[in-house]
Design a protein around this ligand. Structure first.
Ligand SMILES: [Mg+2]
Length: 256
């Protein structure tokens, strides 16, 4: 992994503004800080302002495991592209695919509601996917192992994407973020995509072997497939400012 804020990496980042690039951002841990309760996640007003400004200059997407409805309530403006439920929402999923995802979730929810989990384990219903959070559990390891056992019994068998203290349950054929990001790039006619995320679910984007993707991880991690990293979530504002500056100087060059 290379630091994004180095001279050579920044040259590559700036060069993206010369081509048609989609700028895609994960939500939790990237645009917002990680919080104990998923319902409390917020984007700071500074980040919100900067993202809004960037969205006025280039195509911007927020790509998250959250539902689109949930994402909308957490931003002061509507980004042009919102992709929810790891790619099930906001792209071209058919009504049939969405209905079958919803019905699988209903079955899982029913089964999980009958299980006695440790205190601190919470089930989040995102309509087309479910998340089982154990961030607040006191015995995290025990909770994680127990949740794993329970999930293995679910019918229909879900696709499980693990994240930070969370198991995300999706219908078997559902896309992941890597598929979603490439699909969106193509759909809107972009030639490159910049993607930044912080979690295991983002590795699906980082591992896409495609030279059109510039991937950045929030937090350095040896085993990550992301090419670049920033050190911490608070540096996202620095990144947004740079992207805005690149685009503005390019636009003023074009005018002169
Ligand atoms: Mg995240």
């Amino acid at each position: 992994m290379n630091p994004l804020f180095s001279t050579s990496s920044l040259m590559i980042l700036e060069s993206l503004s010369f081509t048609q690039t989609l700028y895609a951002f994960d939500f939790d841990g990237t645009l917002s800080r990680i919080v104990r309760m998923p319902g409390e996640a917020k984007v700071s007003s500074k980040t919100d302002d900067l993202l809004k400004e960037l969205a006025g200059l280039v195509p911007v997407a927020v790509v998250s495991g959250r539902s689109i409805h949930d994402l909308r309530e957490r931003l002061s403006f509507q980004p042009p592209y919102l992709v929810g439920n790891h790619g099930l929402e906001g792209l071209d999923a058919t009504n049939d695919a969405l209905a079958s995802a919803k019905s699988a979730c209903d079955k899982w929810k029913k089964a999980l509601n009958g299980v006695r989990f440790d205190t601190g384990v919470e089930i989040e219903d995102k309509v087309y996917s479910l998340s089982v959070h154990y961030r607040r559990s006191r015995k995290k390891k025990k909770s994680r192992e127990f949740i794993e056992q329970v999930i293995a019994q679910l019918q229909p068998a879900p696709r499980v994407i693990r994240g930070k203290s969370v198991f995300n349950l999706l219908p078997a054929g559902a896309p992941h973020k890597g598929i979603a990001v490439l699909e969106l790039m193509q759909k809107i006619g972009m030639k490159h995509v910049f993607y930044i995320g912080d979690d295991d679910t983002d590795e699906d984007v980082f591992s896409v072997a495609d030279s059109r993707v510039m991937s950045v991880r929030v937090g350095k991690k040896k085993s990550s497939h992301a090419r670049y990293f920033i050190k911490r979530q608070s540096e996202v504002n620095v990144l947004l400012k740079k992207l805005i500056r690149y685009q503005r100087s390019l636009n003023s060059e074009k005018r002169n």
